[in-house]
Design a protein around this ligand. Structure first.
Ligand code: 13P
Length: 256
């Protein structure tokens, strides 16, 4: 990690949790993590738990976000949640373009771009996810896929929008599978992404926080986070286990 860039570890709880289990997890995080540890820590719970998370984490230094949002600001969109609503609950971040949204809910590059814009209109920092499937990697298409996913957003929002965003590389084949990209594989894609942004604006590229996600665990976090272009992690399964998430956060601090 570059000393000049921010470091961030964000937990994506996906569709997990309950009031009772969240209470225990959040209490543990509050005891072990705070804002003055050379890195920022965040959790992204399901929508119904944002009020609970906001109450538990306000004043702790730990931040929070949501897992998706509507591309529209308000109106007749049954079941959707707007960026302004997320801001009402103190969200700092919102994940857009997660591979589960792209694959299971058919979110296109264009829709991901519209959600990215909606997030920024509401004052949220989008965590834009990009990543290839196993088939695409085996076909040698990794760079083309992540470039296309990033270009779709830059074409709509402009490169300067990346000043107020986080980019997460999440290879689909590594999500929830226990198969982590090796530190060298992850670093290679991160370097490609940063280089691509640098050709548009080197200052924005230098400052861009680039997270790796996909089976990050306490056992592999230190090595992943010590790669020069990996500035932290987007953590799924391990973010639901207090000891594991805290250990991963501490790995980001050790490298800070
Ligand atoms: P896992 O850490 O469970 O592989 O999930 C990664 C992820 O999808 C985070 O957004």
């Amino acid at each position: 990690m570059s000393p000049g860039r921010g470091r961030l570890v964000a937990g994506n709880w996906k569709m997990h949790g309950s009031l009772a289990s969240n209470r225990d997890l959040l209490a543990r995080l509050c005891v072990s993590l705070n804002a003055n540890q050379g890195a920022e820590f965040a959790v992204c719970p399901p929508f119904p738990y944002l009020a609970q998370v906001s109450a538990a984490l306000t004043g702790s230094g730990i931040t929070w976000g949501a897992q998706t949002l509507c591309e529209n600001d308000h109106g007749a969109f049954t079941g959707e949640v707007s960026g302004a609503m997320l801001r009402d609950f103190g969200c700092r971040y919102v994940i857009v373009g997660h591979s589960e949204r792209r694959q299971l809910y058919s979110e296109s590059d264009a829709l991901v771009g519209a959600k990215f814009l909606a997030a920024q209109r509401s004052g949220l920092l989008p965590i834009l996810c990009v990543g290839e499937t196993l088939g695409q990697r085996e076909q040698g298409e990794t760079e083309a896929v992540v470039a296309r996913q990033l270009d779709a957003v830059v074409a709509l929002a402009g490169v300067s929008a990346l000043e107020s965003a986080v980019l997460a590389y999440e290879p689909v084949w590594a999500i929830g599978t226990g198969k982590t990209a090796s530190p060298a594989q992850a670093q290679a894609v991160h370097a490609f992404l940063r280089g691509k942004v640098a050709r548009m604006d080197s200052g924005i590229a230098d400052a861009l926080v680039l997270l790796y996600g996909g089976s990050v665990k306490p056992a592999n976090a230190v090595e992943l986070f010590s790669q020069p272009d990996i500035d932290g992690g987007l953590i799924g399964g391990a973010s639901l286990v207090a000891d594991d998430f805290i250990a991963i956060c501490k790995a980001a601090m050790r490298n800070s």
